[in-house]
Ligand binder design. Structure first.
Ligand SMILES: [Zn+2]
Length: 107
């Protein structure tokens, strides 16, 4: 994914609209691309700042941003663990089926 695609995904990220695979590519890009992270940080501060302004609470936005990134990373890790579990189950099912086939042939 290039920077242009990532920048286009920022509003969806901020609205929590990215699916697992998109989120993974998005975060991975953010971790190695300072320019996009900067852009994300700005858009986050603007969006969140506007919302906070109405509520009169504009403190700690930088911390808030760090928290959003941490949440996204955690979500990504959980998604990866679930993927591993699904792969594991699939492999187990295949092994079981193969075993049954071999037993049928041998017996
Ligand atoms: Zn980039």
């Amino acid at each position: 994914m290039n920077c242009k695609d990532v920048i286009k995904m920022i509003p969806d990220f901020l609205n929590n609209d990215l699916n697992g695979r998109e989120l993974k590519s998005f975060i991975e890009h953010m971790e190695r691309c300072k320019d996009c992270k900067e852009e994300l940080s700005i858009q986050f501060l603007v969006q969140e700042g506007m919302a906070r302004l109405e509520g009169g609470d504009i403190f700690d936005l930088q911390n808030e941003f760090d928290r959003v990134m941490e949440d996204a990373r955690r979500k990504m890790r959980i998604g990866r663990i679930i993927n591993y579990i699904v792969y594991g189950i699939e492999i187990l099912v295949i092994i079981t089926i193969l075993t049954i086939i071999i037993l049928i042939i041998v017996l």
